[in-house]
Design a protein around this ligand. Structure first.
Ligand code: UDP
Ligand code: MG
Length: 342
């Protein structure tokens, strides 16, 4: 039997006592089905991340882990939000597996898409994005706001995959490079594409929550969008400079008009000079703000200390994938990763 990759599913949970008992068995079953189909190793695991829940979520995870060795759990000291919970799980998993799949715990994302995700990985993709093919189950409002969100993000300079949330496969190799992105404000959807490597997309239909209620009301969605844009792009600052130039041009026209009016004697004394000063100063101020903003934006991006480049292959290194099968998830380093590790 040839070696197979060890998969860890990473599942964030926040106040999910209602839905977890329903969905947890489904994740475990998917894991054993994939292993039985010979696609992943028997040593694969389901990792639940409790994001500082106030209800019985953590107790449920502990009970599940006690009953089944394939289930593991980690608990965050407090609620840090969905993105941080997924990140915590991925970082916990990265040295113990070959591939991770992050998925919400409420049963909305179709677990059957995992088969195809693993398939794409075996064919060579290091990142596989789960993309929603339809949004029939969403209300018109949710669909409109969500789709506008993806358009706006792309217009403002954050590269995101359209209609892809946080259901995706990421290989441990990519995660080890991802760990070099040390920024605190994380927006995974925008950051993962920055790491690069071959990627693929898998389409699935999103269902309704199996139980419980959404933790993402409009307010949180807007906060997520704002965080995504401001942590990935400084385009909003460039917009200010653009406004400045636009207003200066307008001001110039207004000034000429005011002077013409003065010459024709259609104004009261002092009006022309006032208008000219307002137009001139308004334009200069906006342009100056924009220029200062550009420097602040650059400084902001520099403070993130992101890696300047990532090497994905070298001719003098074998490119074959060595999986960590039979290591019992011990986190032992792999034969091919010595030269890759920092
Ligand atoms: N979640 C989390 N921390 C939070 C909010 C949500 O870990 O602060 C988890 C939640 O348990 C679920 C996933 O993130 O697994 C998505 O949340 P939800 O289903 O409420 O969002 P929606 O699907 O409605 O956008
Ligand atoms: Mg949900």
């Amino acid at each position: 039997m040839s070696a197979r990759p060890v998969l860890w599913m990473v599942i964030p949970c926040y106040n999910e006592e209602q839905v977890l008992p329903l969905t947890a068995p489904l994740f475990v079953k998917k894991l054993s089905d994939l292993a039985a189909a010979g696609k992943i190793s028997e040593n694969s695991r389901v990792l639940f991340v409790n994001d500082g829940s106030a209800d019985r979520t953590w107790e449920i995870i502990r009970e599940l882990a006690e009953k089944d060795p394939r289930v593991l759990g980690i608990c965050q000291s407090r609620n840090r939000g969905h993105q941080n919970a997924v990140l915590a799980g991925l970082m916990e998993a990265k040295d113990r597996c070959d591939i991770t799949i992050s998925i919400d715990c409420d049963g909305q994302d179709d677990i059957n898409a995992m088969d195809q995700m693993v398939e794409e990985y075996l064919k060579g993709a290091e990142v596989v994005y789960g993309v929603r093919s339809r949004r029939d189950t969403d209300t018109w409002f949710k669909r409109f706001t969500a789709e506008s969100f993806y358009h706006l993000m792309n217009r403002l300079g954050a590269e995101v995959v359209f209609n892809h949330a946080d259901y995706r496969l990421i290989s441990a190799k990519v995660l080890r490079h991802f760990a070099d992105f040390e920024e605190v404000n994380i927006f995974l959807r925008g950051l993962v594409p920055l790491v690069g490597f071959p990627s693929a997309q898998v389409y699935y239909e999103r269902a309704e929550r199996m139980a419980g209620k959404s933790h993402y009301p409009l307010k949180k969605m807007l906060a997520l969008a704002f965080n995504g844009i401001t942590s990935l792009s400084i385009k909003p600052i460039t917009l200010i400079t653009g406004f400045g130039v636009g207003f200066s041009a307008l001001g110039l026209i207004l000034m000429i008009w005011a002077i013409v009016q003065a010459i024709l004697g259609r104004t009261v004394a002092g009006w022309t000079s006032t208008i000219c000063i307002i137009c001139l100063l308004g334009g200069i101020q906006l342009i100056s703000l924009g220029v200062i903003g550009q420097y602040i934006g650059k400084t902001y991006l520099e403070t993130k200390r992101r890696p300047r480049y990532i090497i994905s292959a070298r001719t003098w290194e074998k490119e074959v994938r060595h999986w960590i099968e039979d290591d019992e998830g011990s986190g032992k380093s792999r034969p091919d990763e010595k030269s890759e590790q920092k």
